[in-house]
Structure formats: C-alpha cells, structure tokens
Write a protein that binds this ligand. Structure first.
Ligand SMILES: NC(=O)c1ccc[n+]([C@@H]2O[C@H](COP(=O)([O-])OP(=O)(O)OC[C@H]3O[C@@H](n4cnc5c(N)ncnc54)[C@H](O)[C@@H]3O)[C@@H](O)[C@H]2O)c1
Length: 327
C-alpha cells in the first residue's frame, strides 16, 4: 500500500481527493492546520494537525512515513485578504511551499502535485486560456501561486523530483453522500454565497461592472469530483512520463456568468423574490476566466463529466446540511 501525503486535506478539494485516493487503496496521510478546514472533513487514513510553515513539525511526518507522492493543496485563497495581509500570504503560501519542496528533496520523494490556480494568468483578452498563455497575476494570491510554481519548476529542472502543477479554474460541487463540501465560513466563493443568502432570505451582492455580455464575471466551473479523478490520474501519469515538469489547466468549458449561475440556483431553490444589490468588482478580479483543458484531457485521458446543474444541486444539499448542523 503506497503512502500519499495530502496537505490541506481537511479542506474542500483535499477532502474529496483524500476520499478518492483511499478508495483506490492508497494509505492517505492528511496534514492540515485547520485554519479553514474541519476535522469532520477528514477522509484519509491518518490525520495530523500541522501548519506547513512549521518545518520541524512537518519533518516529523517525512521521517515517520515512507511517502510515495505528495499532493500539496494547503494554502490561503481569499483574493481581497491577500492584498491586505501580504506577509501572511507570503509565509503561508510561499514559505509553506518552500518547506514542502525542501523536505521533498531531502527525503527523496519523486512526485509532487501542486494546487495552482487560474489566477496565475490575470486578466486576459483572448480565450480560451491555455497553458502557454502569458502569466500575469493581478492579485497577490495569484502571485503566491505563480512564485510557488516557479520554485517547484526550478527543482524539477535539476531533476530532484517530478511535478505537475494543476491550475484550477472555479471548483464547485460536493460529495453530499459522504458529507464533504465547501467549508469557508463565511463563504468566499460565488455559489455557496448565493445559496446561503437565498436560503436565509438575505440580499445578494452582485458585482456588475465587468467587461462581459451581461456585465457580470464569466468563469469556468469544474466539479470537485471530476477534479479528484484528474488528481488521481496525475499520479498515474507522473510515474510514467519523461517530463519533469508540467502545468495543466483544469476547467470544464462550462463558461457561465454570475447572472446565469443565479438563474440556475433560483430555479432549483424555487424562490422568485431576491433582493439584489449591484456593486463594483473587487481588485484582482478578472472579467473572464475561460479555460482550454485540452492538454489535461490529452495527457491524463480524463474528461470532466459532472453537469453544472448537478454540481449546484449537491451544493444546495450541502449548504442546507451545514446550516442545520451549524458547520
Ligand atoms: N476552490 C477553488 O475554486 C480553487 C481554485 C484555484 C485554486 N485553488 C487552490 O486549491 C487549494 C485547495 O483549495 P480549497 O478550495 O480546497 O481550499 P480550502 O480553503 O477549502 O482548503 C485549504 C486547506 O488548507 C489548509 N491550510 C491552509 N494553510 C495551511 C497551512 N499553512 N498549513 C496546513 N494547512 C493549511 C486549510 O485549513 C484548508 O483546510 C488551495 O491551495 C487553493 O488556493 C482552489
């Protein structure tokens, strides 16, 4: 049984990934500081409450287990907060990744799969965005992801280990059957915010000065269960590939505006009268993020399958469950 380390494994994506890997019979070691994540979402074999910025504590895990591969998901990801708390984001996302890199080298672990983000691209004019599009992040969060990617790439070029950096677009959905989903409280992503406010009868803020057809931001939505499968296939691929470094977009070609998303949610929750407050876009928010995931589809032999309407149905169940159980 191979041992896999998942950092940030008590968060939204990490919990789905841990469950997927465990089902594939890997021994899944999860570390999470629980700054955002919840122990309830832990789905691996063994859990350690560790902050990746604490290198000494982190090293104990590398000493204790013979780790086959690492999925490094731990990170802070609030756009606005990243401008206000640059030092925190530098320490958490960049220094944290440096610690992971140094220990990966020291303990001769061959494979490192990193959670990057579409935010490394910045505001683009031509679409879809592919992996060779220019990298010009417009948020500090995006910068921390780009710097992390570059640190990883540098070590890969020296052949210390192989890596795939996954540039996620907007991740949605939940595995409601296993009671895992988005965990930020208050929610930070569009769909959980809309669902929660609609259920509670609260007004909704919609930012509406984007350079798009209906003036609201357009994003590429990908289901978290499709993402978990892609991560698993990365592990299969990275062992075989001759390439030391790869960056892959993970999107689904479901390009939807905020207003389009709102219409789907409204239909599902069946509430007509919603108070909408129109506001301006936040610093660091691109108008459109529309991915080409052709490379991931080709290299991984993967295809996103979950329909956005199903993703939203699962998210509604999850948000209701969180409210009922005060999670
Ligand atoms: N959700 C998305 O749409 C999306 C899009 C692009 C990139 N990402 C990236 O993917 C990764 C996972 O995202 P998510 O949506 O699951 O986020 P999340 O906030 O739900 O999960 C991140 C987890 O990392 C943990 N963590 C943060 N800093 C840590 C530290 N220093 N030490 C140990 N644990 C720490 C948190 O407690 C949390 O459980 C993040 O790195 C995020 O930036 C997510």
């Amino acid at each position: 049984m191979k041992t896999i380390l998942v950092t940030g494994g008590c968060g939204f994506i990490g919990s789905h990934l841990s469950l997927f890997l465990k089902k594939k019979k890997y021994n899944v070691i999860v570390i999470d500081s629980l700054i955002i994540g919840k122990k309830k979402l832990f789905k691996g074999n063994k859990f350690f409450k560790i902050n990746i910025t604490n290198k000494n504590k982190l090293e104990k895990i590398f000493q204790k287990y013979k780790i086959f591969a690492i999925y490094h998901l731990a990170g802070l990801s609030k756009l606005t907060e990243s401008f206000k708390k640059k030092a925190l984001y530098q320490k958490n996302n960049i220094q944290g990744t440096k610690n992971i890199i140094e220990l990966t080298k020291k303990y001769k672990i061959r494979y490192l799969i990193f959670s990057s983000s579409a935010s490394v691209y910045g505001n683009k004019r031509s679409f879809p965005i592919n992996e060779s599009s220019s990298l010009r992040p417009i948020s500090y969060y995006g910068k921390t992801k780009l710097i992390s990617e570059r640190l990883i790439k540098k070590e890969c070029s020296k052949k210390f280990f192989k890596s795939i950096c996954l540039r996620y677009f907007n991740v949605v959905g939940s595995n409601f059957k296993n009671k895992i989903g988005e965990i930020h409280n208050p929610p930070i992503h569009l769909i959980p915010i809309l669902i929660k406010n609609i259920i509670l009868g609260k007004p909704i803020n919609i930012r509406s000065n984007f350079n798009t057809k209906d003036k609201t931001g357009v994003r590429d939505y990908i289901d978290v269960n499709d993402m978990a499968k892609a991560h698993y296939l990365c592990l299969k691929k990275i062992v075989k590939t001759k390439k030391n470094f790869l960056a892959l977009n993970l999107g689904s070609k479901k390009y939807l505006s905020v207003k389009e998303i709102l219409r789907i949610i409204q239909k599902k929750i069946k509430i007509k009268n919603i108070k909408i407050i129109f506001t301006k876009k936040l610093k660091g928010e691109p108008d459109k993020l529309m991915a080409s995931s052709k490379l991931a589809i080709k290299i991984l032999g993967w295809k996103p399958k979950v329909n956005i309407k199903n993703s939203i149905s699962n998210m509604i169940l999850w948000e209701k469950y969180k409210l009922k159980n005060k999670i």
